[in-house]
Design a protein around this ligand. Structure first.
Ligand SMILES: [Zn+2]
Length: 172
């Protein structure tokens, strides 16, 4: 699975990549030099809004994806990255990471987190994830609809461009 390091301007993107299960390093404090050495040490692909950093990375034979300033929507950024790196953008509930700290999340039985979430949430949802580092519980709450809609948009764009399943079906 691809490992990435995301520059300090792309915090929102970093959270999305973590939810999609990609090992994503991100910190607001990271300087260009930190990002380059992390990419070398950890074989991480750089994702950046900084053209200067992107060029330095390419010169060092590192893999880097440049996100131009006109790409502001998360769906546009994910489409570009998925195309450049051939990434899958399917949500896999068995392989997802904490959006805050990048730790792998584990699915936990309701009984284990019953004291940590409000009773109405516990009743309404079946799958809960736990971050052992942040001690935070996650579930697919109301905001999940927006997330899955966005992923569907990206997937349909990717299918259209590569002649994936949707266009193959329409030919039959
Ligand atoms: Zn965490």
């Amino acid at each position: 699975m691809v490992k990435v390091v995301v520059d300090s301007m792309l915090g929102n993107l970093a959270r999305w990549l973590r939810v999609l299960g990609y090992d994503t390093e991100y910190s607001r404090k990271m300087q260009d030099g930190d990002i380059l050495s992390l990419a070398i040490r950890d074989s991480r692909i750089i994702i950046t809004r900084d053209l200067g950093l992107h060029r330095r990375a390419i010169k060092k034979n590192l893999m880097s994806v440049y996100i131009p300033p006109e790409l502001t929507e998360i769906a546009d950024m994910l489409t570009l990255i998925a195309e450049k790196l051939g990434l899958s953008i399917d949500f896999d509930k068995g392989n997802t990471r904490c959006p805050l700290c990048n730790n792998r999340l584990s699915i936990v039985p309701k009984a284990q987190i019953a004291s940590l979430v409000p009773p109405e949430v516990l009743n309404k949802y079946d799958t809960f994830w736990y971050c052992s580092k942040c001690r935070k519980v996650y579930w697919q709450g109301n905001h999940w609809k927006t997330i899955s809609d966005t992923l569907e948009i990206v997937k349909s764009r990717l299918n259209r461009k590569t002649g994936g399943p949707s266009s193959a079906e329409s030919r039959v």
